[in-house]
Design a protein around this ligand. Structure first.
Ligand code: NDP
Ligand code: 2IT
Length: 450
């Protein structure tokens, strides 16, 4: 770290106590940017780092709602409007009991650079609540969403701030949120993305993050004349991102041998394909069941309370795609995967690898696609959803998928080239951070001191 970068990082830690995930995200980005500051001393004078690590605005609010027993429940809602230098704030909403300000800030900070990498005009934001949709009835989820939006509506808009899904927020939640927004404002505009097709959603948006992370992995593999064919792939999670990553890996000839949820993971040596894939999708999308049932149905191994990486490593998995949550892959697991012969990791989740794990992958020349590049396909197609809404049109799925694929190719190229240009060839962490940062920094400087 240069003196400037170190000073800003220290200041961020002191100023934002008890936000370890935010510190972690800032540290990774700032370390990567050291060579940029050496070449462009003007950025320091403009206090770009001091400004970019401070959200433009944080909104926090009470979300009271009534459960099915008639009891009043109170949750906390928040939206971090981090940076609007290159477009309206854009980023998902997370509903999970672990949500706190530090987590939403780490996600919002990552989103600034991710959105920049897509090449579309989107600033960075993130929001959510400590509400847990798991085990709640549809009516409870609806009442919560209505209450959440009754406060949030005044802060968002199609050209202001456009939330979308994330953990615990899918098509059902977006529908209830959108219904309340429209009831209050009586407007049609892309104030949310990830909508259903009937009221302005885009084809391929549900698939976009998982497909995109797989396209990104393929681009990395191509640099070593490799592909997915007949390779074992370990995926974690079993939600939106994991489901569509599994689908795309299957299409490209890979074999997905693990899937997980917060209770444990399954190991299927023959791959989650055909009827087994259909069962998995029905289990998670329709019945909202647990991954354990997959093991019971097909007689494969289930490991309660564990994460998939060590068992994946023992079986010589070549590609890992963590698609569940932050810090779900630690140094010990990274070491095991490297020793087992891993060649690539594409992060479908946000910051799933700890800083120590990332270091191990980079030192061992594993192709490492960091979340802000590898999972940018989701927000990219959100941007395409907004474009379709603003022009009152709908593109067919082939058109959207082609655009998504091209965006992922472009992101890979931008990260690859920035890494080379700054003297760290093959380091996609540095490449993605540098390429994402430069556009935002230039936009901030051009717009004066704000
Ligand atoms: P979902 O809610 O659809 O699925 C989340 C999955 O991860 C579930 O299987 C869940 O298990 C598991 N999970 C969540 N929290 C934990 C935890 N603390 N420990 C273990 N497992 C956990 O979310 P998504 O698939 O949309 O999101 C997954 C990741 O991808 C997140 O990091 C998100 O930020 C990121 N992402 C999502 C995008 C999108 O478009 N949806 C875009 C870019 C990134 P369980 O059901 O037991 O909770
Ligand atoms: O982390 C992410 O990029 C998302 N959850 C998707 C955000 C979006 O606006 O589609």
């Amino acid at each position: 770290m240069s003196e400037y970068v170190e000073r800003v990082y220290k200041h961020v830690v002191e100023k934002n106590p008890a936000q370890p995930e935010f510190h972690q995200a800032v540290k990774e980005v700032l370390e990567s940017l050291t060579p940029v500051f050496e070449r462009n001393p003007g950025y320091e004078k403009q206090k770009v780092l001091e400004r970019i690590t401070e959200p433009e605005r944080v909104i926090m609010f009470r979300v009271p709602w009534v459960d099915d027993n008639g009891e009043i429940q109170v949750n906390r809602g928040m939206r971090v409007q981090f940076n609007s230098a290159i477009g309206p704030y854009k980023g998902g909403l997370r509903f999970h009991p672990s949500v706190n300000l530090g987590i939403i800030k780490f996600l919002g900070f990552e989103q600034i650079f991710k959105n920049s990498l897509t090449g579309l005009s989107m600033g960075g934001g993130k929001g959510g609540s400590d509400f847990d949709p798991k085990g709640k009835s549809d009516n409870e989820v609806m009442r919560f969403c209505q209450s959440f939006m009754t406060e949030l509506y005044r802060h968002i808009g199609g050209r202001v701030d456009v939330p979308a899904g994330d953990i615990g927020v899918g098509g059902r939640e977006i529908g209830y949120l959108y219904g309340q927004w429209k009831k209050i404002t009586k407007r049609f505009e892309p104030v949310l993305t990830g909508k259903s097709l009937e009221y302005g959603g885009s084809l391929i948006r549900p698939e976009a993050t998982g497909y995109g992370a797989t396209y990104f992995a393929l681009e990395m593999l191509k640099t070593r004349n490799e592909d997915f064919k007949d390779k074992l792939v370990a995926i974690s999670g079993s939600g939106n991102v994991a489901q569509h990553a599994t689908e795309k890996v299957n299409q490209l000839g890979g074999k997905v041998v693990t899937l997980s949820d917060s209770s444990g993971f399954i190991f299927d040596p023959d791959g989650v394909t055909g009827k087994k894939y259909e069962f998995f999708i029905e289990l998670k999308q329709v019945r909202r069941g647990r991954i354990k049932e997959y093991a019971e149905e097909f007689g494969v191994e289930y490991y309660a309370g564990e994460r998939p990486w060590k068992v994946a490593a023992e079986h010589g998995v070549k590609i890992a795609m963590p698609c569940a949550t932050q810090n779900e892959l630690n140094a010990e697991e990274a070491k095991a995967l490297v020793d087992g012969g891993l060649i690539a990791i594409s992060e479908g989740a946000n910051m799933p690898s700890t800083l120590e794990a990332t270091e191990i992958f980079l030192e061992n020349k594993v192709l490492f696609g960091p979340g802000k590049a590898a999972n940018a396909g989701g927000v990219a197609v959100s941007g395409l959803e907004m474009a379709q809404n603003f022009s009152f049109t709908a593109w067919d799925s082939q058109t959207v998928d082609q655009k998504l694929h091209q965006i992922m190719i472009n992101i890979h190229k931008a990260a690859y080239q920035a890494a080379e240009e700054y003297g760290h060839p093959g380091n996609y962490v540095m490449g993605a951070n540098i390429a994402g940062f430069k556009k935002v920094a230039e936009a901030m400087i051009a717009q004066g001191h704000w």
